[in-house]
Design a protein around this ligand. Structure first.
Ligand code: HEC
Length: 219
C-alpha cells in the first residue's frame, strides 16, 4: 500500500453513514469564492459587451491550425513557394482542348483556318456584336474603323476594313484576338473561344455591311 494512503474504513466507503453527507467541499471557502467570482466575471460579459481583446476560447479545436495561405512563402518546399504546380502533363477536367480548329483556329496540319468552324447564326452574330462592343470597340470603334482611344492618342490602330483584314483568314483574326499582335494585347483570358469566334463572325458582318454601304453609295 502506498504511503499516506489510509486504510478503507466503513465510513470512507460510505457504509453506515450513507446519505448523511452526499457531497463534501474540501477546497476551502476562499477557493470556492474565487471560482464563483471568476465564473461571474466571465458570464457577466458574455453578451452585449464589446471588447478589443480576443474572445475567450475555451475549446479552440481546429480553429488555429498550421496551414498555408495562397501566395505565401514556404520554408518547406525547395522553390520557396507554398502553392504547388499541377503535376506536369495533367489536364483539368474540361480542359482537354482536342478540337484544335475550335480552340486554336488551326487545322490538323497547324495551318490557320480559312473559315470559322462556328456557324454564323443570328444568335452567334448577336453575341459577337455585343462582345465586340465590349472588348474591341474601345480601340477599333464600334464600326471597326480603328478610331478608338488609342488612335485619339496617336497610336495607329488597324481598321477592320483595311485590305489586310478583309483578305485575312478567319483563323488569323481568331489568332490575333487570342494572342494579340504588335501593340494589341491578347484577349485569350477574358474572351472564351466560342465568343472569339462570335467576334470573328461580327467582324465579317461589319465588313459585309460596309461593302453593301459602298455599293449602295456607288449606285
Ligand atoms: C487596347 C486596344 C485594342 C483592343 C482592345 C483591340 N485591339 Fe485589335 N489592334 C489594336 C492595335 C493597336 C492594332 C495594330 C497592331 C499592330 O500591328 O501593332 C490592332 C490590330 C488588330 C487587327 C489586325 C491584325 C493584323 O493582321 O495586322 C485585328 C484583326 C484586330 N486588331 C482585331 C481586334 C479584335 C477583334 C478585338 C476585340 C477582341 C481587338 N482587336 C481589340 C488595338 C486593340
Amino acid at each position: 500500500m502506498a504511503s499516506g494512503a489510509r486504510p478503507l474504513t466503513p465510513s470512507r466507503l460510505g457504509g453506515g453513514e450513507r446519505g448523511r453527507r452526499p457531497f463534501q467541499w474540501r477546497g476551502g471557502t476562499s477557493r470556492l469564492a474565487l471560482i464563483v467570482g471568476l465564473t461571474l466575471a466571465n458570464v457577466g460579459c458574455v453578451r452585449g459587451c464589446t471588447s478589443s481583446k480576443p474572445p475567450i476560447h475555451l475549446n479552440p479545436n481546429m480553429d488555429s491550425q498550421p496551414k498555408a495561405k495562397p501566395q505565401a512563402e514556404s520554408a518547406f518546399f525547395y522553390d520557396g513557394a507554398t502553392m504547388r504546380q499541377p503535376v506536369a502533363g495533367t489536364i483539368a477536367r474540361g480542359e482537354l482542348h482536342e478540337d484544335v480548329a475550335f480552340f486554336e483556329g488551326k487545322d490538323a496540319a497547324g495551318q490557320l483556318l480559312a473559315k470559322s468552324p462556328v456557324e454564323a447564326t443570328p444568335a452567334v452574330l448577336a453575341r459577337g456584336a455585343e462582345r465586340f462592343d465590349i472588348y474591341c470597340a474601345p480601340c477599333h470603334d464600334r464600326r471597326g474603323d480603328g478610331k478608338g482611344v488609342l488612335a485619339s492618342r496617336g497610336v495607329p490602330t488597324t481598321s477592320m476594313h483595311a485590305d489586310k483584314v478583309l483578305t485575312a483568314l478567319d483563323g488569323h483574326i481568331f489568332n490575333v484576338i487570342s494572342n494579340g499582335q504588335g501593340l494589341m494585347p491578347a484577349y485569350k483570358w477574358p474572351i472564351p473561344p466560342a465568343d472569339r469566334w462570335a467576334i470573328v463572325a461580327h467582324v465579317r458582318a461589319l465588313q459585309q455591311q460596309r461593302r453593301a454601304e459602298a455599293e449602295g453609295a456607288a449606285q
